[in-house]
Write a new protein. Structure first.
Length: 238
């Protein structure tokens, strides 16, 4: 692994989401899968990261270009890591999705979300369900990592493991191409629902399970902008 997504072929998506203007968020991985923003786009300037897209909980969402390729690769390899920073705006009254793939009611879906009580949840239909015991709708930034392979799924918050679930059968991607959403989930037949109200940035998706030390290194990288642990480059990738 490397901190720099262009040098890591297992990093399938890397969205800093700090453009500050416009309606496109650019992928910094080697695959150029940019995201198209929809809704009333507003770029906030929070204290930790600078310009960041604020989801209003009403009509904002992002669709990832060729997102089905990402999720089909993950399904085939039976390994996944999602990392992101999130800051929830206000308390949660209903579930709110940070990331999702698949149509509820038609497919085996997968996602990372806030539950109604403010806890964070990482789940995949008929595969795993991990939830934190603590609530994180506290108007603070949190680094979230959702990791799964053919044996176990885990969710980490601020680099600490919050829950895990055994996996008997890994999640199977829908055979029909679907959109990969940030900020909502598709409910069949009504459409997009459970919109996120808050800030999201520095989202990455890997086609392998990152270790706890690698997750911690990513968090430190974003907090400090420089870290050089030896674990980061076990093999050349470029």
């Amino acid at each position: 692994m490397t901190l720099y997504p262009l040098r890591d072929d297992t990093c399938l998506l890397a969205l800093p989401m700090h453009e500050g203007s416009g309606d496109v968020v650019y992928d910094h991985s080697r695959y150029s899968r940019n995201g198209q923003c929809h809704g009333d786009i507003y770029w906030a300037s929070p204290e930790l990261f600078g310009p960041t897209l604020l989801f209003d909980g009403e009509d904002d969402y992002i669709i990832i270009n060729e997102g089905h390729e990402i999720m089909e690769t993950i399904s085939d390899l039976e390994s996944l890591t999602i990392t992101l920073w999130v800051k929830k705006s206000g308390s949660v009254s209903t579930q709110e999705y940070i990331l999702s793939y698949g149509k509820v009611g038609q497919d085996k879906t997968i996602g990372v979300r806030f539950l109604e009580d403010g806890r964070l949840n990482f789940w995949a239909s008929d595969a795993w369900d991990c939830s934190t015991s603590d609530e994180y709708d506290d108007d603070n930034w949190h680094f979230v990592a959702a990791v799964a392979d053919s044996d176990i799924a885990r969710i980490y918050v601020d680099s600490k493991k919050a829950d895990e679930d055994s996996v008997e059968d890994f999640w199977n991607a829908p055979t029909t191409e679907r959109d990969l959403y940030i900020g909502a989930i598709f409910i069949h037949p009504s459409g997009l629902a459970y919109r996120l109200s808050g800030l999201v940035c520095n989202l990455r998706i890997y086609s392998r399970s990152l270790s706890e030390s690698e997750i911690k290194a990513l968090e430190l990288y974003y907090r400090n902008f420089e870290v050089r642990p030896s674990i980061l480059c076990p093999r050349p990738t470029l």
